[in-house]
Design a protein around this ligand. Structure first.
Ligand SMILES: [Zn+2]
Length: 195
């Protein structure tokens, strides 16, 4: 028996690289971690992105359309930091700043060795279904996990939504958007047998 009370926002692969052509020092050459969060590409191939209101680049950076950002801001009451990408015609790279702690122990998340260059772990694997340490996610809230999953080819936190916000987004039938379950501390997940 399971009763997830929060959700992970998922979207299509928009077939472009956010960090391609980024100057040295933007991404760690040893492990792919982003070292400069203020980076935004001057140009980005958005052929595929224009088909969607939300998606992820191949190096796992979330891109949101302006209407999608506006909708989330209206529904959640949070102000999301959306940096316009130069030449992106209305597409935005979204930075969700409010953080929720991921329960790596319950999820049995695995961590790689430390990176020789920057000292961060080389990879983190085991993101979904997501387990969170908090007792609940506000129904209209949107958060990022403290952990960034992935490795050399891209890493990103999970974007966590409250139940009402998820249902409102779902009702608008955006193409390509899907949801995974996220379990708060008190939510039941089968017998917690995660492999
Ligand atoms: Zn590194």
């Amino acid at each position: 028996m399971t009763n997830a009370s929060a959700y992970v926002l998922g979207g299509p692969d928009i077939k472009t690289y956010y960090f391609d052509g980024a100057p040295d020092g933007t991404v760690c050459p040893g492990c792919g971690s982003c070292l400069d969060r203020s980076y935004s590409p001057a140009t980005l191939d958005l052929k595929e992105a224009r088909r969607y209101d939300f998606g992820n680049t191949q190096d796992l950076q979330p891109l949101f359309s302006k209407p999608f950002v506006d909708m989330i801001n209206d529904l959640s009451g949070q102000r999301l930091a959306a940096n316009a990408i130069q030449g992106s015609r209305g597409y935005f790279h979204l930075v969700v700043t409010e953080t929720v702690e991921f329960d790596a122990q319950r999820r049995k998340t695995k961590f790689g060795p430390p990176c020789d260059v920057c000292g961060r772990v080389k990879w983190i694997a085991g993101a979904t279904p997501a387990f969170l340490i908090c007792n609940q996610i506000p129904p209209n809230g949107i958060f990022r996990t403290d952990l960034e999953f992935g490795g050399q080819n891209g890493r990103a936190p999970l974007l966590i939504l409250g139940k009402e916000l998820k249902e409102k987004i779902e009702s608008r039938r955006f193409p390509g958007i899907y949801f995974d379950d996220a379990y708060c501390a008190g939510d039941k997940y089968k017998a917690d047998k995660v492999h």
